[in-house]
Design a protein around this ligand. Structure first.
Ligand code: PLP
Length: 374
């Protein structure tokens, strides 16, 4: 059986966890948390990086920092994970869903402007599969209408737009270290802040509404409750695990990109002759080897391929039921039809993708697919 995902252990995780435990300081914001935060600030140029317990938490912090209130509108692609919208809905936002591009499941940048109203507060582009949205177009709109841009970079670690790291372009960004992501700590996330004016408050919201971070640095001589917030920071045990992963970032990325190309080269001709779409990477974007997907001709065809692979011991999956049609949001949704989003919901299929996936197994998957009678 070839699983869909298998979290990769670099080998140092348990050693660092043991070190964190024996240090006697295992709550948050200790040595390993600081190592990770510094790594992200230095490698990707984020002005402030704060580890969180999930990307969902990082997005909730963004919604608080953006001061989203009842009735504010936030523009989000419908084809994304629940948390992209949920974090803002919890603050009372009305979600305005945008369709995906015809050539890519990411947000259709050209359909954003028509959705902007006087109530719009923020745009939340999602870098689907780690492939950059066209950020120049999005930042242009943000400047023109005075909006915040919050990048959902959950899948986009070590990926770039015109040479700039994803997560460093918008006012804020959120990353995920869930076990299905390139770099993982089981559950885990990161808030990246790129606009100075949010830095001070981000530390307070992170630490249950207190100015504890300032106190630890010696900037103030006592700490107390100064704002809203929650317990968004992970324990040192999680940060220690993550540190072992970050030390191996380059190696992990290299192998994942190899796997991606192995699939792509193996399936290209087959895909063209069957009118099935493989991922396209725009020239302004890089590929960080987050996932390999294909877009089938119909829902029926997609489901047939999925069950055929399963019968032959390969766990492929589909994902993202358009959020505007979800049981939770569809009653509130009064917007337009989003035909591309629906198309990806029906026709997209993801193949097994993890660091330890062997070349032999990739060949087996490719050959199974090519041998299938469509
Ligand atoms: C994985 C993912 C999330 C959620 O990440 P968690 O760390 O599980 O909270 C949010 N948005 C996108 C696009 C994702 O892929």
């Amino acid at each position: 059986m070839i699983p869909f995902n298998k979290p990769y252990l670099t080998g140092k995780e348990l050693e660092y966890i043991k070190d964190a435990v024996l240090s006697g300081k295992i709550s948050g914001n200790g040595i390993y948390t600081q190592k990770c935060n510094n790594f992200f600030e230095q490698k990707f140029g984020f002005k402030k990086a704060l580890l969180t317990t999930s990307c969902t938490d990082a997005l909730e912090m963004c919604a608080i920092l953006a001061d989203i209130k009842q009735g504010d509108e936030v523009i989000i692609p419908s084809y994304t994970f629940v948390s992209t919208a949920l974090a803002f809905v919890r603050q009372g936002a009305k979600i305005v869903f945008v369709d995906s591009r015809a050539d890519h499941p990411g947000i259709d940048e050209d359909k954003i402007e028509e959705l902007i109203t006087s109530k719009t507060k923020a745009i939340v582009p999602v870098h689907y599969a780690g492939v950059a949205c066209d950020m120049d177009k999005i930042m242009y709109l943000a400047n023109k209408y005075n909006l915040l841009v919050i990048e959902d970079a959950a899948q986009a670690i070590d990926s770039y737009y015109k040479g700039k790291p994803l997560g460093s372009i918008g006012h804020m960004a959120a990353f995920s270290f869930h076990e299905t992501k390139n770099i993982n700590s089981g559950e885990g996330g990161l808030l990246a802040i790129n606009d100075d004016k949010f830095i001070k408050r981000s530390e307070i919201i992170w630490e249950k509404g207190t100015n504890r971070s300032e106190f630890f640095r010696g900037d103030v001589n006592k700490y107390g409750w100064v704002d809203t917030g929650s317990s968004f920071l992970p324990s040192e045990i999680i940060a220690a695990y993550l540190w072992a992963q970050l030390e191996n970032l380059a190696d992990i990325q290299k192998r994942r990109i190899e796997i991606w190309h192995h699939y792509f080269d193996g399936l290209s001709d087959w895909a063209i002759s069957n009118n099935i779409k493989l991922p396209e990477i725009p020239t302004y974007a890089t590929n960080n080897g987050h996932m390999f997907y294909m877009v089938c001709k119909s829902e029926d065809q997609r489901n047939k391929i999925l069950s055929y692979l399963k019968e032959n011991g390969v766990y492929a999956v589909f994902h993202y039921l358009s959020l505007h049609k979800s049981p939770y949001y569809n009653k509130k949704y009064k917007g337009i039809e989003l035909s591309q989003s629906d198309r990806y919901t029906d026709c997209l299929l993801r193949l097994p993708f993890f660091y330890e996936l062997k070349d032999g197994d990739i060949n087996k998957i490719i050959n199974l697919i090519k041998d299938m009678k469509l």
